[in-house]
Design a protein around this ligand. Structure first.
Ligand code: PMP
Length: 375
């Protein structure tokens, strides 16, 4: 059955710079559109296919297989597809790794999302804010000399890319011996990562992986097995691992589209390294424009900590920002408004955003700066 793609083509006339849910590859959207009518070879809509079918088991297995390949994972790791978003991981992590422990877990406070994670951990046990960027308005990240990690901490938690402020660690934190737990929601699979250096990685799908509704957890088996025995089933990594991520009804559609994105990702030239190079080129293009704007567009993040995924900047006045966003929207550039807590502008350059999209945005921004309103 062939579905009309007319409406889809019309909608894709816009450039999607949304912070999340973010842009997905156009070919994936077309396949997803087709699957709503009929998944090839099944005669059924993806929205009506049972989660206990052999078809769905294969979908989960193939998705996990691609994730394992992209991360080069050994058997010592489980890959789980869970619900509850990254926010539930703020709680599941300390339930499994902190409950009943005496030494505090180390949390690095670098922005909006790490500040949300810390109080959830405090419900489960002692926590220490290893570094706090809030007095400086979360405009930079700590250097290694500022991180006095506790060698006896049950774990070190940090956020690799602060989506709201546009701050990204371009290195792995902490030292071996203390399990690292990392929220990679907004830069997972945007660049190669040595997963073996982490005890647990979590990332919701709605940036680089797929639609909202599924969260990937990569967890070292021995860490998983050391969790308290009496956790509620839905909050116990072991239970999900034991059931191959089909403990209860999972978000079948979201996982299916995630599989389509994983296939797309694995087909990208140069693999994940190639994807990372293109992401760096996109970010360099946009930051280059900001830096050359004579202070008209002002990047928020310190130079060394600039995110390749979320480029956050301000204009000389709130009125100009409003006008910028209004004209950008009218010109077809969507999702550019900064996070509601911060204001300003944020251009998110997830994997599916192309260099051509960024070039178009840059051309618009140069034109805006030259316009009479901007003077
Ligand atoms: N962590 C990070 C880095 C995020 O960007 C977000 C949301 N954008 C979250 C956590 C919260 O994710 P969720 O809405 O899936 O709970």
């Amino acid at each position: 059955m062939t579905a009309s793609t007319g409406a889809l083509t019309d909608r894709r006339g816009r450039y999607n710079f949304s912070g999340g849910p973010g842009a997905l590859p156009e070919e994936v959207l077309r396949e997803a559109q087709q699957a709503i009518v009929e998944v090839p070879g099944t005669g059924l809509s993806v929205l009506g296919l049972g989660h206990r079918t052999a078809w769905f088991r294969d979908v989960v297995d193939e998705t996990v297989h691609h994730l394992r390949c992209l991360l080069n994972l050994s058997d010592g790791y489980e890959v789980l597809l869970l619900q509850g978003g990254a926010s539930l991981q703020f709680s599941m992590v300390p339930m499994a790794l902190l409950r009943g422990r005496e030494q505090p877990a180390d949390y690095v406070l670098t922005g909006y999302w790490s500040a949300k994670a810390l109080p959830e951990a405090q419900r489960e046990g002692p926590v220490r804010a290893l570094w706090d960027g809030s007095p400086a308005g979360y405009t930079r990240l700590p250097n290694d000399g500022e991180l006095d990690c506790n060698p006896r901490a049950p774990y070190l938690h940090y956020v690799s890319n602060e989506t709201v402020e546009g701050l990204q660690f371009h290195r792995v934190l902490g030292f071996e011996g203390v399990p690292r737990v990392c929220d990679m929601s907004s830069d997972f699979l945007s660049t190669p990562v040595d997963a073996t250096r982490f005890a647990l990685i979590y990332a919701h799908a709605q940036k680089n992986l797929g639609p909202a509704g599924v969260t990937v957890v990569v967890i070292r088996r021995e860490v998983m097995d050391a969790a308290p025995a009496d956790l509620p089933a839905m909050l116990d990594y072991r239970r999900h691992a034991h059931m191959g991520s089909i403990y209860n009804t999972p978000p079948v559609f979201a996982i299916y589209v995630t599989l389509l994105v994983m296939r797309w990702l694995r087909g990208q030239p140069g693999g994940l390294r190639g994807v990372a190079e293109r992401n760096e080129a996109k970010a360099a293009r946009l930051y280059g424009l900001l830096d050359a704007s004579g202070g008209f567009y002002r990047p928020r993040a310190a130079l060394a900590d600039r995110s390749h995924m979320n480029v956050v900047f301000t204009l000389p006045s709130v009125e100009l920002e409003r006008e910028f966003l209004r004209r950008a929207e009218a010109a077809g550039f969507s999702g550019l408004e900064g996070h509601r807590t911060l204001g300003g502008v944020r251009a998110s350059l997830y994997n599916a955003v192309t260099l051509d999209d960024v070039a178009a945005l840059c051309a618009f921004m140069q034109e805006f700066q030259r316009s009479p309103e901007a003077r």
